[in-house]
Design a protein around this ligand. Sequence first.
Ligand code: SF4
Length: 339
Amino acid sequence: MDEIVIPLLLWFEENKRDLDWRKNRTPYTILVSEIMLQQTRVEAVRSYYKRFIEALPDFESLAKVDDIKLLKLWEGLGYYSRARNLKKCAIEVVDKYNGIFPNTYAEAIKLPGIGPYTCGAILSMGYQLRYAAVDGNVLRVLSRYTASSLDISLEKTKLYFKQEIEKIMPKEAGTFNESLMELGATICMPKITRCEDCPLRNTCKAYRQHRQLSYPIKAKPKEKKILEYTCLFITDGMNYILIPKEKDLLNGLPSPILIDHFITSNEAIEITQDLGFIVRNIEHLPEKKHIFTHQVWYMKGYKLYVKNLLNYPNYTKEQILEELGISSCFRKFLDDLWN
Ligand code: SF4
């Protein structure tokens, strides 16, 4: 595979996209951008990244930030455990390594939230160490290039390609990793290939076979679990009750009162009354659907007007919109709540 190195580096030099996180490369900015880019598109990350780095420019500021501000900066990106792990990682980098990201694989891989991909990305791009960073883009490019019959959903396949890349890794390790990822993101894309613009087409096996889209081989994912919930938004007309969740549920973000099945409006009133409220009125909100990694939630919603909010934690519309991190699945109801 070593014939891919020079063409890829030359192509990348000419064609790389102008991305904010490529401008001021430090292990910290690489870490933040790579974690944001996991499961989120480049276009969506652009504005979040800028705002995040302006507010928290280094490991020290991230280690000290309070959770509400952190989740607010992350709000909209989803997968909030990534933000929490980022902070945990920053705390450890500050406490154990004086604010400097470690430059050995053995130390870096032990930090919270750092897997083989992120570890390889930071060490190669931040320190030019010869480690591969194998993400979905890289797996796709190499599977096509070698017409590989290996199932890319298996860890052993990732490990195989990681080892293959490290065998041919040039001294410009970070740039090489990036060029592979960039090729996957802009030329050798999941549903379309721009082989006529690809620097690897002369030696690409899938291209020669005219079977580009037959690769990579991937086992079918498990069906997502379908769940039904009812959300009760209890309000006195001004403030709304939101309950903080356990850390392992909805990432600890506040949520409306949540019933784990569909209920009728009469049942919603009864439940609210059982909680001690005097219900004045009820509105049925349009149903919502939210897709998580392994689950699909169908949600009914009711807005219940009550006489007073007793001692339950409650928030104004402004606090909910501007200060509180609220899970994106419930955020879908907000427009209807205030219509
Ligand atoms: S030639 Fe086509 S299939 Fe092969 S790596 Fe390039 S874009 Fe992908």
